[in-house]
Design a protein around this ligand. Structure first.
Ligand code: CTP
Ligand code: CA
Length: 225
């Protein structure tokens, strides 16, 4: 049943949500980043709080105002996000990884600003892999019975890619969005399919991010232990 103020189906639960996009610094003034707005994660935080949950929102570079009644932990990089999520997840009933976590970070951080030199080609930027927080959480299950939810933005064969990613990550639910020009990033509305490890597939029609957030909680609540 859909939760509301009258049926606070997340009362007594602690949920952890990551939102936004990480920034991986090259030097004190530059970073590698992505276009995630954080809006979906904030919608998840607002709706979870309205359904009675204690909410920890790990916010990566969103610039959005803190939602009322939510514990907000600001982070910058993927490594900082990992630390904050793992700490908050220790006693969480559910963890939703809505953040766009950079897969790579610059191999070296230049302590001083990188300068150009007349007549010299720029040095290539070497990258190293960041840890996969969702896969790590799904494997470790810091709290038994915890529900872990991931997001995937896909192109081409969206559903096949999503099913394969769900298996690879080992999470319980995977929210799959199709991305393309003008789709999803920064938009107010989105369309998705929620894939479950038990094989259930729930299409969510094009609509506000709040509606997708409510559907994610509707699918999470019956899986909580
Ligand atoms: N994620 C994560 N840590 C990373 C990368 C991604 O926790 N280092 C999480 C995201 O928050 C998201 C899910 O994993 O919930 C899927 O992210 P996505 O970028 O689609 O998955 P990847 O495994 O990085 O696959 P791809 O190569 O398609 O980017
Ligand atoms: Ca990725």
């Amino acid at each position: 049943a859909r939760g509301s103020a009258a049926a606070p189906d997340l009362a007594g639960r602690h949920v952890v949500i990551s939102a936004g996009g990480t920034r991986e610094p090259l030097d004190p003034v530059r970073f590698l980043g992505n276009r995630s707005s954080g809006k979906q994660g904030y919608a998840l935080a607002r709706t979870a709080a309205a359904r009675g949950a204690r909410v920890t929102l790990i916010a990566a570079n969103t610039g959005l105002p803190d939602p009322a009644g939510v514990d907000v932990v600001p982070v910058g990089t993927a490594l900082q996000l990992r630390e904050a999520v793992l700490k908050a997840a220790a006693d969480a009933d559910a963890v939703v990884m809505a953040a766009a976590v950079a897969d790579f970070r610059p191999a070296v951080y230049a302590e001083g600003k990188i300068k150009k030199r007349e007549g010299e080609q720029p040095a290539p930027v070497a990258l190293v892999r960041n840890p996969d927080v969702l896969a790590e959480l799904s494997a470790a299950r810091p709290r038994p019975g915890q529900v872990i939810v991931g997001f995937a933005a896909e192109t081409d064969d969206v559903l096949a890619n999503g099913r394969e990613k769900l298996r690879r990550k080992g999470c319980d639910l995977l929210v799959v969005n199709e991305v393309g020009e003008r789709k999803t990033f920064g938009a107010e509305e989105s369309e998705a399919v929620v894939l479950a490890a038990d094989g259930a597939e729930t299409p969510v029609p094009y609509g506000p991010k709040e509606a997708l957030a409510e559907m994610i909680w509707d699918l999470t609540v019956p899986r909580l232990t």
